[in-house]
Write a protein that binds this ligand. Sequence first.
Ligand SMILES: Cc1cc2nc3c(=O)[nH]c(=O)nc-3n(C[C@H](O)[C@H](O)[C@H](O)COP(=O)(O)O)c2cc1C
Length: 364
Amino acid sequence: MSHLFSPLSLGPLSLSNRIVIAPMCQYSADEGRATDWHAQHLGTLSQSGAGLLILEAAAVEARGRISWADLGLWDDATEAALGQALASVRRWSKMPLGIQLAHAGRKASTARPWDGGGAIAPGQAHGWQVVAPSALPFNEGDPLPQALDAAGIDAVVEAFAAAARRAARLGLELIEVHAAHGYLLHQFLSPLSNRRDDDYGGLLENRMRLLLRVFDAVRAAVPAGVAVGVRISATDWVDGGWDVAQSIVVARALEARGSDFIHVSSGGLDPRQQIPVGPGYQVPLASAIKAQVATPVIAVGLITEPRQAETILAEGHADAIGIARGILYDPRWPWHAAAELGAQVHAAPQYLRCQPHGLRELFQ
Ligand SMILES: Cc1cc2nc3c(=O)[nH]c(=O)nc-3n(C[C@H](O)[C@H](O)[C@H](O)COP(=O)(O)O)c2cc1C
């Protein structure tokens, strides 16, 4: 019996296997509104046989977008556009769908990656004033962020809750709060970007206050049947920054508040980061956190081979496997993994006749 293809519950949500399509920004929205790109991109991924598809980071307010082309979920128009993009996906796929809710903070207002990805100053085309815990830019020379005041922090919490309500209304079954990769919630967590001297800065208890408030607000905003969890960067990979020990404290606090999963990534906060990139390079981080919590842990990062994924689960380092680039490269990765591991995967009836000769029981 394959570990990768055994079922898993993330709180109220049952997955048929442990392959999670990690969120991937598409930089293809129109004023935050999903487009036909999203319909076809999500349509493809939803026919892959994965256990769960987490939609890309959706900004909870316009100034929280990484770039002007990011997906948003902050008003009726963005909600309606996403609903339209999801209609055909839902019609033809049974795959559970989640969404990542995000605010980019000081890493907002940038060009699309294929246009260079650099910061765009307010007043320039596609640029706006960014906000952060403290007035410290990501890169030296980037436009200065504005430090959020108490009312601004309250507004961020409410924006996450409002976006969560919209996500639940769209029938999305899981919400992932984005507290990784150097975006706003991670900026509050890390002492490198948070130099506040109020209730939101200094001690770890204060730095994690905003994330916990956002988690509680999102959890309270959606019905109990919607799974809610958090993606964290378990380390900044910079001395004196956010690290695994602090991540364990935050993971335990989230678990105590009912987090249905912790998705463990790393980095993105500070350009000085030294990341030991290689196959499964973030798995030890997931493993360290899994050892301290009972809530399911998703490992991600250069997990590209079915047997590699199987071993990570068999050895108890994580409960599920996130995959991003690997499934863009091979959108039938779960089919190929099932074939290699002698397991079964769900396929749409229209595709059943493609079953390779000799693999009689590939499809459920
Ligand atoms: C095109 C692209 C877009 C991404 N967008 C997001 C995102 O919206 N939110 C997020 O948390 N991570 C994002 N990531 C990171 C992935 O979710 C994943 O953590 C990372 O790529 C490592 O996994 P992989 O080696 O399987 O690609 C993105 C990665 C790629 C390649």
